[in-house]
Design a protein around this ligand. Structure first.
Ligand SMILES: *[C@@H]1O[C@H](CO)[C@@H](O)[C@H](O)[C@H]1NC(C)=O
Ligand SMILES: *[C@@H]1O[C@H](CO)[C@@H](O)[C@H](O)[C@H]1NC(C)=O
Ligand SMILES: *[C@@H]1O[C@H](CO)[C@@H](O)[C@H](O)[C@H]1NC(C)=O
Ligand SMILES: *[C@@H]1O[C@H](CO)[C@@H](O)[C@H](O)[C@H]1NC(C)=O
Ligand SMILES: *[C@@H]1O[C@H](CO)[C@@H](O)[C@H](O)[C@H]1NC(C)=O
Ligand SMILES: *[C@@H]1O[C@H](CO)[C@@H](O)[C@H](O)[C@H]1NC(C)=O
Length: 472
């Protein structure tokens, strides 16, 4: 059979692509195609200002925050966008494909029709800050901390559950290409992590920011989803302090944050918080620092729906109860989903990157649908025409406009348009009037509900005609 040169080239290319190893960094090869969802990607710097630097005799820009916006190629189908927040250790980039080049959470939620924003919080990664004196640089994580605390705690066996850590791709130690690619995504951060904006799937130390935002602007936050919250009250239990005898450095004098938050009754300084260590400190279950009762409340933070997710083989399974119990003591009603309790086993700290990352995304999605209903919903509000800074709250919010349209029911997963979809008519033979109506469905009032249908009468146009035949 004769083939053109083009056909031969295409065949050769297909053969190479089929045999290419596209795991991890090897996916950089032009022969490998992406597993990411189809989206349009934009990036922005929001906030920021010129700061005069006497030594340069000119100004630099500081305090701008890097934001990426991913819009599903098939159109936006969800009422609320998701904002994915991490901090310090890997950058926002960690929400894209995983270190071994599987699909990440950004793609998962884009495929569900959600618009996704990914932030590098101010002073981290691609976001800048100019305050060398106030913000000395420090390392984000060493190879030892990463191995012992995140990717292979089972090797040093600091707590019994570590032996069940099976989900990290690769062997989790230096020299392994997946581990190395993960380490290379870690960027130094500043020592002050106290400022922050936006909405809400956060991992680890990133969980501090949604708490600040909840305190300042509870009405802007639909749900605060923390993956292994890193803001353990008053102390750090990560790294070497995973081992009880090794120590537990003080941290976050305001409990869940370094920055002062709105306790009731009010405090003048964090020294006014009376605390006590509660529980036995064992390798399986760590003790916690709680308030001495009667505890002060955190009414704004308590207003925001909250959930924490913890992996069954992560160091956090030994101490995330501290964060949950602290929130309960302060008047909150947090949910805590221990993945082991729902049949998802083997996860360590970076569960959103591990081998079963999309199974976990599906659990998070379920929580969103249940608690932040209507996340899926028909809306008069179309997505995101501007991001604006709300100076009263010092946070950035996403502004909507009343434009409308897609409706995806969580129950049926069908897509309907809020535009008039059906024309109906009534004929009143007594009055001799024919009326026409458009019909459109509206979102159910609750996840298990049924859509309702609304009818709007059309303006009448007088017509004169006659029946021209009958149909069966
Ligand atoms: C940052 O933290 C250091 C101590 O770690 C403190 O001295 C400094 O005042 C802080 N800067 C700001 C802007 O909060
Ligand atoms: C490890 O997993 C097994 C099987 O699920 C379970 O029986 C065991 O209790 C777990 N060990 C720890 C220390 O959590
Ligand atoms: C992990 O894999 C790397 C690369 O293959 C190898 O050099 C290293 O010895 C392995 N480490 C362990 C603990 O298996
Ligand atoms: C805070 O300061 C005010 C004024 O000095 C004082 O009346 C109040 O008791 C202080 N509150 C606490 C909790 O110490
Ligand atoms: C703590 O340990 C002691 C001694 O083993 C025991 O008597 C006590 O019940 C434990 N407390 C809790 C809260 O588990
Ligand atoms: C947008 O819709 C809301 C809810 O129906 C309404 O209260 C508001 O006035 C509308 N805004 C504009 C600019 O049309």
């Amino acid at each position: 059979m004769r083939r053109s040169i083009g056909e031969l080239l295409a065949l050769a290319f297909a053969a190479v692509a089929a045999s290419a190893d596209c795991t991890g960094i090897k996916a950089i090869s032009p022969k490998c195609s992406s597993k990411e969802a189809a989206f349009r990607r934009d990036y922005f710097y929001i906030g920021g200002e010129y700061v005069y630097e006497a030594s340069f005799k000119s100004s630099i820009v500081s305090d701008q925050m890097y934001v990426e916006k991913l819009t599903p190629s098939n159109g936006v189908g969800q009422l609320y966008p998701l904002v994915l927040i991490t901090v310090g250790v890997p950058l926002g980039a960690g929400w894209f494909n995983t270190p071994d080049n599987r699909k990440g959470w950004a793609s998962y939620f884009v495929e569900k029709g959600s618009q996704v924003y990914i932030l590098d919080i101010i002073a981290v990664g691609r976001s800048s800050q100019e305050d060398i004196a106030g913000y000395p640089m420090k390392i984000a994580s060493t190879d030892t901390v990463t191995q012992n605390d995140y990717t292979a705690p089972q090797i040093i066996d600091p707590y019994p559950q570590s032996q069940n850590h099976t989900q990290w791709p690769g062997n989790g130690t230096r020299g392994d290409s997946i581990f190395d690619s993960f380490m290379f995504s870690m960027i130094s951060l500043t020592s002050n992590a106290t400022r922050g904006p936006s909405f809400l799937i956060s991992h680890s130390a990133g969980a501090t920011y949604p708490i600040l935002m909840s305190d300042q602007c509870p009405s802007l936050i639909k749900g605060n989803i923390n993956l292994e919250p890193g803001n353990t009250p008053f102390q750090n239990l990560g790294g070497s302090s995973t081992v009880p005898a090794v120590g537990r450095p003080s941290a976050r004098p305001s409990g869940l944050t370094t920055t002062a938050i709105g306790y009731v009754p009010a405090i003048n300084s964090s020294a006014d918080l009376n605390t006590v260590t509660v529980g036995n400190d064992t390798a399986t279950l760590r003790s916690c620092i709680m308030q001495v009762g009667p505890a002060r409340k955190l009414p704004n933070i308590a207003k925001v729906p909250y959930v924490a997710f913890t992996g069954s083989a992560s160091p956090h399974i030994t101490y995330d109860q501290c964060t949950i119990n602290y929130l309960i003591q302060a008047g909150g009603k947090p949910d805590w989903i221990k993945l082991g309790d729902i049949g998802i086993f083997g996860n360590g700290h970076f569960l959103y990157l591990e081998k079963n990352n999309l199974d976990i995304a599906a659990v998070v999605e379920k929580w969103i649908v249940k608690h932040a209903w209507p996340w899926f919903g028909m809306s008069r509000y179309h997505h995101v025409l501007e991001i604006r800074r709300d100076s009263a709250c010092s946070v950035y919010t996403v502004a909507y406009s009343n434009q409308s349209v897609l409706f995806r029911s969580a129950r049926t997963d069908t897509v309907m348009t809020a535009k008039a979809s059906t024309i109906a008519s009534t004929y009143n033979s007594g009055a001799g009037t024919l009326r026409m109506y458009t019909m459109h469905p509206t979102q159910p009032a609750e996840p298990t509900g049924r859509p309702e249908y609304y009818m709007n009468q059309l303006r009448a146009f007088a017509t004169t005609d006659q029946v021209i035949g009958s149909t069966i």
